[in-house]
Design a protein around this ligand. Structure first.
Ligand code: GLA
Length: 754
C-alpha cells in the first residue's frame, strides 16, 4: 500500500509584515507569513514564527525568493520574471514525501543541500567527520545584510559545529545573482570536504531545452541543444583547468523559448580549475542546477577553525529567449566582472607574429613585422613564443624566463623602443605555470612539478605543470613576472597554458592535504594575477590556453581578453564566435586575421572576408605581413580604420544573432546595437550560395522605432531600392536586403541615428 501523504503544516497566525521593500535590490522580509506589504493579505502558508524568514531579491526583470521552511532548512521559493513589489511571497514549505522512497528532504528545493538525511539528489556539500560520521543536515541560523544588494545566510548542522555561509548578491541592472558559499569547521577535529558546490538553483517543473558548450583543441564553442529529461546531464572538467571540452556555462529555455522569445534561465561558474555543473530533473520533475568544485578526485581538509570559500556561480533570468540571456550576461560581465569594469576600454587592435614566425623570432625579424603592422594602423605589437631561455622548439626552455641572447643580443629594449617609435605599445607571450624538463628551472627544482613520484608521467608538448599550489613556486612565478614587467615597458601579457593536468600529485604535504592542489593552485593563480595588476596597474592580460582552454568568469575577473581558439579559419570562427558569444562578450573575444589558405582546413578565403569575421570581436592581425601585397595592406588599413569607428558598438553593444551559422545554415548575420541605440552594426556572411538563393531579407532588432537611421556601407552592397536613411521601424519591419552571393563572401553596414 502506498504511504503517499501530504505533509500536515502547523499553522500559526501571521505575526510580521514585510519590511524594507524596495523596487530594486534586496528586500529582506522577516515574516511568519509574507503577505503583501501594501495589502496585508492573509497568510497563505504558515510557518513557525521562531524560525520563519523569507528573503526576496529583485534586480533587472527578475525576482528570486527563498526562505526557511518548517524544519529549519533553507529552500528556494521563486525564481523568474519580476513580480510586483507588493505581491505576496508564500513562506517556504517543505516538499511532500513521495511514498516511502523519496523523503520530504529529497523533494524540498534546498538552497544548499548537504548530503545527509537520506538525500539522493545532487548534494551541494558532502563531508566526512573525524569519527566516520558522514551525515550533515544544515539548518538556518541567522542572516546579515552587508549592503542593499547582498545578503549572507548562515546555516549550521543540526548537532555539529559545521557552518555554511551562503552569499547572495543581485545585480540591480541585470538581475544576475552571484552566489557562493563559505564552509567552516568549528569542530575540535578536522573534517574532510568531498564535495563543495557554490550553489544550487531550482526551476519549476516544465519542458525545457538545455544549451551548453563543448569542444576540443581548435574546435571549441560547439553549441549543444537538447531536451531536459529525467536524470542528470553533467558538464565538467576534470583537467585541473577550465578545458576546451566543456565550458562552465548553461542556458535553459522553457517550452518553445527560442533566440528572441521565451523564458530562459542561465548561469556561469567563475572557476578556472576542475569544475562541474549538474543539470538534474528530479523525481518530481523539478530541474535543479548545481555548480562548483568538481567532486571527482576532490578532497579538502578543514582543520578546526579553517574555512573554504567556493567559487561564484552566477545565474540569471531573461524572458527574451537565449539571445536575451546572452545579452544580459555580456552586459553583466562588462559592468561587474572584468578587471576594468564597469568601463573597460575597447581592446587595442593587435598584431601577433605567432603564425608568421612561430618560435623563429629575432630582433630584426620582429622589427620588420612591426614596421608593416604600424603602417596598417595597429595599436599593439605582440611577440609570441620563442624569445626566452633555450627556446627553439617546444622541447626546451619553458621555465627559464630570461631573454635568449642569440635572438635578442641586447635584450628586449631595442625591439620595445622600435615598437614605441612606431606608435604602438608592446606585448609579450609567457606561459608561467609550465616547465620543460629540458630547462635550467627543472634541473634545479625537479620536485616543483605535479606528479606522483615513482610513476610514469605524461609530458604533453614535452612540458610539465609546475605545482603553483606550492608557496615557493608561487613566489618564483610572481617574481619573474614582476621582474619582467619592472624592467621592460610591457603593456600586455599573453598568458598561455598549453596542457592539462595529469598525475596531479603533491607529495610534499601530508596525504590528507594532497588533493587540495585542485583549489590552492587556482587560488594562487588568481592571487598572482591580482598582485601583478596591483603592482603594475597599466598591465593588460590575455588568457590563452592552446586557444580557448581557459575561458571562464573566474579568469575574466583578472584578464582583459581571451583567445577563443587556435583555429583561425574564418568559416570555423563564425560558428565558434556564435557559441562563444552565448556566454562571453565580444569585448574579450580576440579574433585574428591569418593567412589563406588556412593551415587547418586548407580553405582559401579573401582578406576582406577574414577581416569582416574578425571584426565581430576584438580585432587582431596574425598573418605573415611579409607576404602581403600593397593591395592587402590597403584593404586592412581601410577596414581597421572603419572598425575603430564602430568598435565600441561591436564589442559593448547588445548582440543579436539574426541568423546563426549553426545547424548547417548557409548564412550568418550578426547585429550589434549600442546601449543608447544611436548606432547599429550589421555583419553578414554567405558560406556557399546554392541554387542562386540571394541573401535573406534581414529585419533588424533593437533599434529605436521612431528615430531615423542612415545606412553606411562598411564593406559590400545592398540591393537597389534600399533607402539611404529610414526609421528604426522601417529597418526592423521592412528590413534590409544585402546583395551577397558566392562562396565565403561578407558585407558589413552601419546604421547611425540622425
Ligand atoms: C598556444 C597558443 C598559440 C601560441 C602558441 C605558442 O598554442 O594558443 O596562440 O601562442 O601556444 O607556443
Amino acid at each position: 500500500m502506498h504511504t503517499l501523504r501530504t505533509l500536515q503544516l502547523k499553522t500559526f497566525p501571521c505575526l510580521h509584515v514585510a519590511i524594507g521593500l524596495t523596487m530594486i535590490g534586496l528586500n529582506f522580509v522577516s515574516s511568519a507569513c509574507v503577505a503583501s506589504a501594501q495589502t496585508m493579505a492573509p497568510a497563505v502558508v504558515k510557518v513557525d514564527p521562531a524560525s520563519g524568514t523569507v528573503f526576496r531579491l529583485d534586480g533587472g526583470d527578475a525576482t528570486y525568493a527563498f526562505g526557511v521552511n518548517q524544519r529549519g532548512e533553507l529552500q528556494q521559493i521563486y525564481w523568474g520574471g519580476k513580480v510586483a513589489a507588493g505581491d505576496p511571497i508564500p513562506a517556504a514549505t517543505v516538499g511532500i514525501e513521495w511514498a516511502s522512497f523519496d523523503s520530504s528532504y529529497n523533494n524540498t528545493p534546498q538552497e544548499y543541500a548537504s548530503w545527509g538525511a537520506g538525500l539522493f539528489q545532487e548534494a551541494a556539500l558532502k563531508v566526512t567527520f573525524a569519527d566516520g560520521n558522514r551525515d550533515l543536515v544544515l539548518h538556518y541560523v541567522s542572516s546579515t545584510k552587508p549592503d542593499a544588494h547582498s545578503i549572507e545566510v548562515k546555516l549550521k548542522d543540526i548537532s555539529r559545529a559545521v557552518t555554511v555561509t551562503l552569499h547572495y548578491k543581485i545585480d540591480p541592472e541585470t538581475g544576475i545573482l552571484a552566489r557562493s558559499a563559505t564552509i567552516e569547521n568549528g569542530e575540535p577535529k578536522p573534517i574532510l570536504l568531498e564535495q563543495a558546490a557554490a550553489a544550487s538553483y531550482t526551476l519549476p517543473p516544465a519542458h525545457y531545452t538545455l544549451n551548453y558548450l563543448t569542444g576540443r583543441w581548435a574546435g571549441e564553442w560547439t553549441l549543444n541543444s537538447e531536451a531536459i529529461h529525467g536524470g542528470e546531464r553533467v558538464i565538467e572538467s576534470r583537467r585541473g583547468t577550465t578545458g576546451h571540452q566543456a565550458n562552465p556555462w548553461f542556458a535553459i529555455g522553457r517550452g518553445d523559448a527560442d533566440e528572441e522569445h521565451g523564458e530562459t534561465w542561465f548561469g556561469a561558474l567563475a572557476w578556472s580549475g576542475s569544475w562541474r555543473i549538474v543539470i538534474e530533473q528530479d523525481q518530481l520533475d523539478k530541474v535543479r542546477v548545481t555548480g562548483g568544485y568538481n567532486p571527482f578526485d576532490f578532497g579538502y581538509q578543514l582543520k578546526p577553525g579553517e574555512k573554504l570559500d567556493t567559487p561564484i556561480f552566477y545565474a540569471g533570468y531573461s524572458d527574451h529567449g537565449f539571445g536575451g540571456a546572452s545579452r544580459l550576461l555580456a552586459r553583466f560581465t562588462l559592468a561587474q566582472v572584468l578587471p576594468r569594469a564597469p568601463n573597460p576600454k575597447p581592446r587595442p587592435v593587435i598584431y601577433n607574429s605567432w603564425e608568421a614566425t612561430e618560435m623563429n623570432v629575432t630582433e630584426a625579424g620582429q622589427e620588420a613585422l612591426a614596421e608593416k603592422a604600424a603602417a596598417l594602423g595597429i595599436d599593439r605589437f605582440v611577440m609570441d613564443d620563442g624569445w626566452f631561455g633555450q627556446r627553439k622548439t617546444d622541447h626546451a626552455g619553458l621555465g627559464d624566463w630570461y631573454v635568449n641572447k642569440e635572438k635578442f643580443p641586447n635584450g628586449l629594449k631595442p625591439l620595445i623602443d622600435k615598437v614605441h617609435s612606431l606608435g604602438m605599445d608592446f606585448g609579450l607571450w609567457v606561459e608561467p605555470e609550465m616547465v620543460n624538463p629540458d630547462s635550467d628551472l627543472y634541473r634545479k627544482h625537479p620536485d616543483w612539478v605535479l606528479n606522483f613520484p615513482g610513476r610514469p608521467r605524461n609530458e604533453e608538448r614535452t612540458q610539465l605543470v609546475l605545482n603553483l599550489a606550492r608557496p615557493d613556486v608561487r613566489a618564483y612565478v610572481f617574481g619573474f613576472l614582476d621582474k619582467l614587467l619592472s624592467e621592460n615597458q610591457i603593456a600586455f601579457l599573453k598568458w598561455d597554458y598549453n596542457r592539462n593536468w595529469s598525475e596531479p600529485g603533491w607529495d610534499q604535504v601530508p596525504v590528507e592535504e594532497q588533493k587540495e592542489v585542485y583549489v590552492k593552485f587556482i587560488q594562487n593563480l588568481y592571487s598572482i594575477l591580482a598582485e601583478l595588476r596591483a603592482k603594475h596597474p597599466g598591465i593588460e592580460i590575455e588568457s590563452c590556453s592552446g586557444g580557448g582552454g581557459r575561458v571562464d568568469l573566474g579568469i575574466l575577473h583578472y584578464t582583459d581578453e581571451v583567445w577563443p581558439s587556435d583555429n583561425t579559419d574564418p568559416l570555423d570562427r563564425l560558428t565558434q564566435q556564435d557559441g562563444f558569444t552565448r556566454a562571453y562578450p565580444t569585448q574579450v573575444m580576440l579574433s585574428w586575421v591569418t593567412d589563406s589558405p588556412h593551415w587547418m582546413n586548407n580553405r582559401a578565403t579573401s582578406l576582406t572576408y577574414r577581416l569582416l569575421v574578425s571584426m565581430e570581436g576584438a580585432l587582431g592581425i596574425g598573418a605573415n605581413l611579409n607576404k602581403w601585397t600593397d593591395e592587402d595592406s590597403a584593404t586592412a588599413k581601410r577596414l581597421i580604420a572603419a572598425y575603430h569607428q564602430v568598435q565600441k558598438t561591436v564589442v559593448q553593444g547588445d548582440l543579436y544573432r539574426l541568423i546563426s551559422p549553426t545547424n548547417g545554415s548557409e548564412f550568418t548575420a550578426t547585429e550589434m546595437v549600442s546601449p543608447d541605440r544611436s548606432q547599429a552594426v550589421l555583419f553578414t556572411y554567405v558560406h556557399a550560395t546554392q541554387e542562386g538563393r540571394g541573401f535573406p531579407n534581414l529585419e533588424l532588432l533593437g533599434l529605436d522605432p521612431d528615430a531615423t537611421y542612415t545606412l553606411t556601407s562598411i564593406e559590400g552592397k545592398t540591393l537597389p531600392g534600399t533607402p539611404a536613411a529610414a526609421s528604426g521601424a522601417w529597418w526592423m519591419r521592412h528590413g534590409i536586403d544585402v546583395n551577397l552571393r558566392g562562396d565565403f563572401q561578407a558585407a558589413a553596414f552601419r546604421f547611425d541615428r540622425k
